[in-house]
Write a protein that binds this ligand. Structure first.
Ligand code: R5P
Length: 287
């Protein structure tokens, strides 16, 4: 049985369809004191798969409660798919006194599941903190699907070296085009400086690809630089469309043609499903 978290409804439905799995009706409610309670069907079967992105502290707690409910119901094999692994970007104590949040989150999840699966984590090494087997899959291939078929001399650009692999996967899935990446210097958690690579964007259609658009600061700077250099159409694609704060208006003002992502985070911009990426991870693990 698939057990969906509140933040992963669309993806859970897509996965249930693709794997012909039962979709459990999870109920969520609050006690009068505000504490969260989840309830799963009493017959989840021997094996279950939770699908629950961590898009907030509440969704993280909901995930831990879902795992405990599954164990309480007698599930003997539990896989947890966290499509968007929130807190993974704090993968070091960047200042004295800070936690390694990614470690805290992975350890907590791993304590009561048999396998932790995620999609395009910021750094795959964060999964090493989980005390259970883990796997990371990429949904970047899916990001080629919404692109127009008639891109002119397409250039697939990553805002930093770390996203170059994601950009390459999108280019490969699209079938043609050049890949390059910006050199990036982060000034603070909201400010980054980036310098263009060698490839000229002039009179070309440009697809800027990142693993996540959070505040949009990184992507907006990339779009501004490319627009200043007379690119034609500019598309902003990401696996995780967090789009927090003023990300949409910043990107629109910078001159982006279209912004889109996958359903690891459910947004109006979630134009493609990440389901194909994780189907292989759950086939054979679901009743
Ligand atoms: C950082 O290395 C990531 O790949 C993203 O570029 C970054 O986290 C996006 O954050 P924001 O949208 O806030 O600039």
């Amino acid at each position: 049985m698939l057990l969906p978290g509140r933040a992963s409804q669309s993806l859970a439905v897509a996965l249930a369809d693709a794997t012909e799995s039962r979709l459990g009706a999870v109920q969520t409610r609050r006690f009068p004191d505000g504490e969260l309670l989840v309830e799963i069907p009493p017959d989840p079967g021997e094996r279950a798969v939770i699908v629950a992105s961590i898009t907030s502290e509440e969704r993280f707690l909901e995930l831990l409660l879902l795992q405990d409910a599954a164990r309480e119901a007698g599930v003997s094999e539990l896989t947890t798919i966290v499509p968007y692994l929130g807190y993974a970007r704090q993968d070091q104590a960047f200042e004295p006194g800070q936690p390694v949040s990614a470690r805290a989150v992975c350890q907590a999840i791993g304590a009561t599941t048999d396998r932790l699966v995620t999609i395009d984590p910021h750094e795959e090494s964060v999964l090493d903190h989980a005390p259970t087997p883990t796997a990371a899959f990429s949904a970047a291939d899916q990001l080629a699907t919404p692109l127009p078929a008639d891109l002119t001399d397409p250039l697939f650009l990553a805002p930093d070296a770390g996203a170059a692999e994601v950009a390459t996967r999108v280019r490969d899935a699209y079938g043609t085009g050049q890949v390059d990446y910006f050199r990036k210097e982060r000034q603070s958690d909201r400010e980054v400086d980036i310098v263009p690579g060698e490839a000229s964007p002039t009179d070309r259609d440009v697809v800027i690809v990142d693993d996540i658009i959070a505040t949009g600061g990184t992507m907006t700077k990339a779009v501004e630089i490319i627009a200043d250099r007379s690119a034609d159409r500019i598309y902003a694609a990401c696996v995780h469309p967090m789009l927090a704060d003023r990300a949409r208006t910043r990107l629109a003002s910078a001159g982006v043609t279209n912004v889109y992502g996958t359903d690891t985070i459910e947004r109006p911009e979630s134009r493609v499903s990440a389901a194909p990426a994780v189907i292989p991870a759950i086939t054979g693990n679901v009743d």
